[in-house]
Design a protein around this ligand. Structure first.
Ligand code: DAH
Length: 344
């Protein structure tokens, strides 16, 4: 046994294992392997050993040194690993930190208005139907009593496909498609996208949206149309609003009307918003023309009905006081957020 190594190698290894930190370990290492350390002084002692035993002595000291170095290395790895685990434990997520805000989408104002309008008609018993956006001239015009020479076509210039079809200029062709495929009576509501060769300005877009309403039954009269419209306008704009019918012309209705709602700002007195008239135009309507019934094989002596249609953008602008229809397409998030309704 070497001097100063009373407990033997086991004792040294135990002390190494008991170190609790890398600092502790460093101290133990200095004590045994440092310049003033035990192993170093044992090496120096070799001079005092009788020459014939020096070789044996040197080998034993070296073995001792290697064992201690290995134990220290192992313990160092262990301590480092323990430290790493402790740090990770301390880095557990803190659930009290405020979360990152995520932008959520919302329905476009036109979609919102469309759903609002649709709810009103559906609640009155009208059924939702749709038709194609690429139409034939027949459904868009002729079947609606608008022959090619008719001046009413001027306002409905549109885009044509190479095979002679066109992008529908209004939702009215859905009337024809539904009547062709069904027997009366019927009551439909039909929303959708429409197109016209218009230059965008504050009130026009070449692509816009309309909804169409058609009711066919026996004994339908203008009073049915008026009563239904009155209900619709009050539901959409408010119970204090009134409507009025002005005589107008559409090829597919007779008589035809332009329908106004009383101005919500001045209550009908006349103000800047309604350009002094007290009224705002909201839609076109009328009693279905007998020729339209004939075109779909309905007998106009038996069946009568009313129809109406208008632009959803126009309704949105009136309801939400918008100044420029183009704002609906600019994708300015400040505008869109102003009319945001949460998606449920
Ligand atoms: N289709 C017409 C347009 O786009 C609007 C319209 C007027 C539809 C009268 C109707 C109606 O159903 O009866 O200008």
């Amino acid at each position: 046994m070497f001097n100063g190594l009373e407990g033997g190698l086991e004792e040294v290894l135990r002390r190494i294992m008991e170190t609790a930190s890398l600092n502790d370990l460093q101290e133990v290492k200095a004590r045994y392997l440092g310049k003033q350390g035990l192993v170093t002084s044992l090496m120096k002692n070799i001079k005092e050993i009788p020459p014939e035993k020096r070789k044996e002595y040197g080998r034993e000291v070296n073995e001792l040194k290697n064992s201690i170095e290995e134990a220290i290395d192992n313990r160092k790895n262990e301590l480092e690993e323990l430290g790493r685990l402790a740090r990770e434990g301390a880095e557990r997520p803190d659930f009290t930190v405020p979360g990152k805000r995520r932008d959520i989408g919302s329905y476009h104002l036109i979609t919102q208005v469309m759903e609002e309008v649709q709810d009103i008609w559906v609640s009155m018993g009208f059924e939702v139907t749709t038709g194609p956006e690429i139409e034939t001239s027949y459904y868009n015009f002729e079947a609606l009593n608008t022959p090619e020479w008719h001046p009413a076509r001027d306002m409905h210039d549109t885009f044509y496909t190479c095979d002679g079809q066109l992008l529908r200029t209004h939702t009215s062709p859905v009337q024809i498609r539904v009547m062709e495929s069904r027997k009366p009576p019927l009551a439909i509501f039909s929303p959708g996208t429409c197109y016209r060769k218009d230059t965008p300005d504050t009130t026009h877009l070449p692509m816009f949206h309309q909804f169409e309403v058609l009711l066919v039954d026996r004994g339908t009269s203008v009073s049915h149309l008026k009563g239904t419209l009155n209900h619709f306008a009050k539901r959409l704009f408010g119970a204090d609003r009134r409507i009025r019918l002005r005589p107008s012309f559409f090829p597919f209705t007779e008589p035809s009307f332009e329908v106004d709602v009383s101005c919500g700002i001045c209550g009908g007195q006349g103000c800047r918003s309604c350009r002094g008239s007290g009224w705002l135009e909201i839609l076109g309507a009328g009693m279905v023309h007998p020729n339209v019934f004939r075109n779909v094989g309905y007998d106009p002596e038996i069946w009568s009905g009313f129809a109406l249609g208008t632009g959803l953008e126009r309704i949105a602008m009136l309801k939400y006081d918008l100044e420029d229809i183009r704002d609906l397409l600019r994708n300015d998030r400040r505008f869109l957020k102003g009319y945001r309704r949460a998606i449920i």
